[in-house]
Design a protein. Structure first.
Length: 185
């Protein structure tokens, strides 16, 4: 699935496009940064991103790109081409769940937060979902991240379940995951 759109967000021009295999090194560096910044809510601990992961990530991006069941979007500054945010959607393959999709990996670089970039990425993912007959989207949000829960609630998502002890941190503490859902109109 090829996807490219230009958006003006906070007075700046951004390109939101599907990821390619060539984006893998930037993607890994980006998620390493996110894991360091949010060590209690990232599913991958800092340092878990290896060269093996880089190859798997590149292959996964390439596979998803050729699939009608997934779309991984990157938001970059149109002028500098800096990678500033991302998000993905996976369409359910089962016939009985074809009306649903899972959104994941919504992230924005720290210096670009609260400018509307994550909202724009989610809007694009939801638009693609609706155009593909999806009626509801789901995502997972980690418990300690109250800002993220508030962010999604403002966009129409509601908590529909939770999984206690979803992550176990190095110090033995557990993190609860919340399942969020939104019905697309």
């Amino acid at each position: 699935m090829v996807y490219v759109t230009e958006r003006k967000i906070g007075g700046r021009d951004y390109t939101i496009r599907n990821a390619t295999r060539l984006d893998s090194p930037n993607d890994i560096e980006f998620f390493e940064e996110i894991a360091r910044e949010f060590p209690d809510t990232s599913t991958d601990a800092p340092g878990e991103f290896s060269s093996t992961f880089a190859l798997e990530n590149a292959e996964s991006l390439e596979q998803d790109m050729g699939s009608s069941k997934a779309l991984y979007l990157i938001c970059e500054d149109s002028k500098t081409k800096e990678y500033v945010g991302c998000g993905a959607i996976y369409f359910c393959r089962q016939k009985r769940r074809a009306h649903t999709a899972d959104i994941c990996n919504i992230a924005t670089k720290k210096e670009y937060r609260r400018q509307g970039i994550a909202s724009a990425i989610i809007e694009e993912l939801e638009r693609v979902a609706k155009n593909n007959g999806v009626e509801s989207v789901c995502l997972v949000c980690m418990a300690p991240d109250a800002d993220a829960l508030h962010f999604y609630a403002k966009r129409g998502y509601f908590v529909c379940g939770s999984m206690y002890q979803y992550l176990k941190l190095e110090d033995g503490r557990y993190v609860t995951a919340y399942y969020l859902q939104k019905y697309l109109k």
